[in-house]
Design a protein around this ligand. Structure first.
Ligand SMILES: [Fe+2]
Length: 276
């Protein structure tokens, strides 16, 4: 079946076609994640939201082609992505392993009331790569991803902290970035504080775009436009496993977790991030 990119263009995301290799890769990823959790190589600072979320940035030990151990990332996925995004995607980053547990999100001691409310009401929506820095959380474009590839590993059901996206928001944000960075040389883009304008643009998206929950069937992978506003829904399923937060991640049972691996290959030139 030929990959259909129409939904990516129009709404900012699409499901990807798969092959059998994909499911072997998922099993290998699951094995590795379980092994690393059993080895106590996880860091406390990787847990957020009262230990109901393991952020897991760069946690997966894959090679630059996405291979884990002897398992290749599905050729079908790689070939489809390469034919659509071209030769500027040279290598795959180390996958983020995002895990949420029943109860997500709990309020962290370090999290402000305002930020926690935003997490509940607006799913902590954000554009990846626009990083909040310093105690005042001023925002700058610091990472220039080509796209976001999500590979559901386990327990990706509708009420288990699903990914939510604002459909069509990629067009609004793409215009926004083109306007604010117009005439700026590529090595200066990451120095510009865009906090207020970014917040304004996000509010515009809230009034103009519909929120959509991405619920994969059969672990179908999905691809998000790099400029799509997205976040994580609450864990709404009250009956999923028995889970008690004891403020120790060691009690988090991996088999109750909703696990997704994300890849975000980067462009070396910020102009590609804005204009391609
Ligand atoms: Fe994100």
């Amino acid at each position: 079946m030929i990959q259909n990119w129409l939904n990516l263009c129009e709404n900012g995301w699409c499901f990807l076609n798969t092959d059998n290799d994909h499911y072997d890769w998922i099993n290998e990823a699951k094995k590795q994640i379980k092994f690393k959790f059993s080895q106590n190589v996880i860091k406390d600072q990787d847990f957020r939201s009262g230990s109901t979320w393991f952020v897991g940035t760069n946690f997966l030990d894959n090679n630059s082609q996405g291979k884990i151990g002897t398992r290749q990332l599905s050729k079908k996925i790689i070939n489809n992505i390469s034919s659509y995004f071209g030769t500027k995607i040279q290598y795959w980053d180390k996958g983020q392993v995002s895990i949420c547990w029943p109860g997500y999100p709990k309020k962290d001691n370090l999290e402000s009331e305002k930020s926690f409310n935003f997490r509940i009401k607006r799913f902590a929506s954000h554009i990846d790569g626009i990083i909040p820095l310093g105690s005042k959380k001023r925002r700058f474009a610091k990472e220039y991803h080509a796209f976001i590839l999500g590979l559901p590993i386990m327990n990706n059901f509708e009420n288990n902290a699903s990914l939510v996206v604002w459909e069509g928001s990629h067009k609004i944000f793409r215009n926004f970035f083109r306007n604010i960075y117009e005439g700026v040389s590529s090595n200066k883009i990451s120095d510009i504080d865009i906090t207020e304008l970014y917040n304004e643009c996000r509010n515009k998206v809230f009034t103009k775009c519909n929120v959509k929950k991405i619920v994969p069937n059969f672990k179908q992978p999905y691809l998000l436009d790099r400029h799509l506003l997205h976040g994580i829904d609450q864990w709404k399923d009250q009956n999923f496993g028995s889970y008690a937060i004891k403020h120790k991640h060691s009690v988090n049972n991996l088999s109750n977790g909703r696990i997704v691996v994300y890849f975000r290959p980067v462009f070396s030139d910020p102009y590609d991030w804005i204009y391609q």
